[in-house]
Unconditional design. Structure first.
Length: 353
């Protein structure tokens, strides 16, 4: 199987991972008013398809060496089960994240959800393996928590202002209610992001357990098992969300077949983009220890996807369009706090006492 063997290959894979994980959600935004639950069917198909193609091409590229199929024969069943379980947990977390994006946008869902997952990961990892400078680690985690709170406050103020503007327009012209859907309250998007973050913080440790030890699963096998967990659980999760929707009315699964070709393609592309980032991350972690990217750079690039997503939402999708100067200032403060916290966490391993 094709595996990275140089520092620059590992660094390139981490950059690809950051950009892919930070950009895939644009495909959901591009589908327009298509329900996120139906989008998610195609997302999971695309994710599984990418993992399958990668496994049977790059995973078998050097047949004289160990292939991903050979690895499956010697991998421990427990490690394989952990990788599959990682897909199950991730899928529920990501579906809630997509729900939060549909309600509140990328600039809210990612900093709150993935930021919370980052804090959970820092605390959990330190509890299991206390390495790195604790002042930098927990100081950085605290800054990320403050950034999350500032983001939530900014979004709440923005949503409240939008609702006030709509009420004012209705008083002036009662027919204004037909000009667009009423903006949703801030609480729902924030709550969905928080729950998504709590679950998202639990999936990657499961993936790590899947590749540990002599019976660990190779990156391509890991991606395939992970994708299997995502695909299978989608057929249980989506009907539940369609029956008990987080936004709008309940609909039937057969509405999936009424989507346009463009919407289906965008859903597939979203899943492919996510798995390109996921597989790049798994491969970078398999680089020989002598040429691995340093922990500070690896961590910064890994979590940089959150900032990439937030910038997509702010600059391209203009999710805070028309915001007051106070809200804009809060968003700027949130970005500075998040970057500062991420920098402190990234430097912690280099400043171990």
């Amino acid at each position: 199987m094709a595996l990275p063997t140089t520092y620059w290959a590992a660094l390139g894979l981490l950059i690809i991972s950051m950009l892919s994980w930070g950009s895939w959600a644009n495909t959901q935004k591009l589908t327009g008013k298509w329900r996120f639950e139906l989008y998610y069917y195609d997302f999971s198909f695309g994710l599984a398809l990418c993992a399958l193609i990668a496994a049977f091409t790059l995973g078998n590229l050097l047949p004289k060496e160990l292939t991903f199929e050979d690895n499956f024969l010697i991998a421990a069943k427990r490690q394989m089960a952990w990788a599959f379980a990682g897909g199950l947990v991730f899928n529920l977390a990501n579906m809630l994240l997509v729900a939060a994006i549909s309600v509140s946008g990328m600039a809210v869902a990612f900093p709150i959800g993935i930021g919370l997952a980052l804090v959970i990961g820092v605390v959990g990892n330190y509890a299991l393996n206390p390495q790195g400078n604790p002042i930098l680690l927990f100081g950085g985690a605290l800054l990320v928590v403050v950034a999350i709170l500032v983001n939530a406050f900014a979004y709440s103020a923005y949503a409240e202002a939008q609702q006030d503007e709509r009420k004012k327009a209705l008083r002036i012209d009662p027919r204004a209610k037909t000009r667009g859907p009423a903006p949703t309250g801030a609480a729902r998007g924030i709550l969905l992001s928080v729950v998504a973050g709590l679950l998202m913080g639990a999936f990657y440790p499961l993936v790590e357990m899947g590749r540990e030890g002599d019976g660990g699963v190779s990156p391509y096998g890991l991606a395939l098992l992970f994708a299997g967990g995502v695909l299978i659980s989608t057929f249980f999760y989506v009907p539940f969300f369609l029956t008990f929707p987080v936004d709008g009315v309940s609909i039937e699964v057969n509405q999936y077949f009424k989507a346009t070709r463009k919407q289906h393609v965008l859903g597939l592309l979203g899943g492919i983009l996510w798995m390109v980032g996921g597989l790049s991350n798994f491969l970078a972690a398999s680089t020989p220890s002598t040429v691995q990217v340093g922990p500070a750079v690896a961590y910064a690039l890994g979590q940089g996807s959150t900032l990439v997503s937030a910038l997509w939402g702010l600059i391209v999708w203009k999710e805070f369009k028309g915001a007051s100067d106070r809200v804009k200032m809060l968003i700027a403060v949130m970005l500075v706090l998040f970057i500062s916290g991420l920098a402190m966490i990234s430097l912690a391993p280099l400043q171990a006492k």
